[in-house]
Design a binder for this molecule. Structure first.
Ligand code: PMP
Length: 358
């Protein structure tokens, strides 16, 4: 690429992505380990076949029926005019920054945070600003207010539960951001379905806040990472802004059909969420019991540490067929909640690696 007239800010950049390795236990990208069951598969096959009969035509540009289904799933009195959908919440977030960020504008988020955020910002020519979370990874109103006052961002991005820490943010902090900021406040709730009981969603704030956006995905709890479907809920005007920047026909007929089948089977698709929450809680307890530091988690993963050489631990686990993620602050590692068998493999591997290291 060195000879190409590439945009200067892309020179030397690598494509984003965790290693996709063919190992027995993949616990590195917070997927739901449970594949769809036979009833869902049969309906997917039927829906794809029906969509196939019309593949010579462009799909519904507005994805109206899918958006209606998503609105019904979210509840809170939302309708299709409040919902926007795209190929994963990565694309939803890109649409938001294309519409509300851009040259001369900025987005503020709180670190440690999701490693794609700086890339959305770079790709949309939006300045990327950060402020640190507290030492225990929580976020309080005062921190948000200070950071907003200092940076005057056009978009504030709050991730709850946060990736890679799993930390939830109380709604009063989101309200503080809405009061302090003039711009959009985007709450990324990719992992909200995994939150412990009594962790309310920012969806409850939507009716009173026209500048609030709640982003969700079907990749995690909904077990549809391969279907690529993310969405947001907001005031209709925010949705209309996304409609301006999206590419025409951005959601394929097949994507729309598959996502609608998954939503029609919401109960089955979400059936393992409770089991994964239990695995997550057990994992936190087990890691803490080993004397490790563990971040409290409301997501389907756990951040733990600290290791003098986290790469050696990651490598040791990989050598035993367990792939986790080397991410977050120095010395910490992140592991996704998996099936009981995957968790047993992780515990056995970590026990061996720890024994080797001492
Ligand atoms: N937001 C957060 C916080 C995430 O962790 C992820 C996935 N790792 C996403 C958004 C994007 O998910 P998707 O594009 O699959 O919807």
């Amino acid at each position: 690429m060195a000879d190409l007239p590439l945009r200067p800010e892309l020179v030397g950049e690598e494509p984003y992505g965790a290693p996709q390795l063919d190992v027995p236990h993949r616990l590195n990208v917070n997927e739901n380990p449970y594949p769809p069951g036979p009833a869902v598969l049969a309906d997917v096959a039927r829906a794809v076949s029906e969509a196939g009969a019309g593949l010579n035509r462009y799909p519904d540009r507005e994805a109206w029926e899918l958006r209606a289904d998503l609105a019904r799933y979210l509840g809170h009195g939302l309708g299709p005019e409040n919902v926007w959908a795209a190929n994963g919440s990565n694309e939803v977030m890109t649409h938001l920054l294309q519409a509300f960020g851009g040259p001369g504008r900025s987005v503020l988020s709180f670190t440690p945070g999701y490693s794609m955020y700086p890339e959305y910002a770079r790709n949309t020519h939006t300045a990327y600003l950060t402020a640190p979370r507290r030492a225990d990874f929580t976020l309080d109103a005062a921190t948000v207010e200070r950071a907003v006052a200092e940076h005057r961002p056009d978009v504030v991005l709050i991730t709850t539960p946060n990736n890679p820490t799993g930390t939830s943010t109380p709604l009063d902090v989101v309200e503080a951001a809405l009061r302090a900021a003039d711009g959009l406040v985007v709450v990324d709730e990719a992992y909200q379905e995994f939150a412990r009981d009594g962790t309310p969603s920012a969806l409850t704030l939507l009716t009173d806040h026209p500048r609030l956006v709640v982003s969700r995905t079907m990749s995690k709890a909904f077990a549809l990472a391969g279907g690529r479907l993310g969405y947001l809920a907001a005031a209709p005007a925010v949705v209309d802004a996304c409609r301006i920047v999206r590419l025409p026909y951005h959601l394929s007929a097949v994507t729309q059909a598959v996502a609608r089948v998954a939503l029609a089977h919401a109960e089955e698709m979400l059936a393992q969420v409770d089991a994964l929450r239990r695995e997550r809680d057990a994992l936190v307890g087990w890691l803490a019991g080993r004397g490790l530091e563990v971040a409290e988690s409301d997501a389907n993963f756990v951040l733990f540490g600290r290791f003098a050489d986290r790469h050696a631990v990651w490598q040791g686990l990989l050598a035993r067929g367990v792939l986790i993620r080397e991410t977050g602050p120095d010395g910490w590692l992140r592991v996704s909640a998996g099936t009981p068998a995957e968790m047993a493999a992780f515990r056995a591997a970590l026990t061996e690696v720890a024994a080797e290291q001492t």
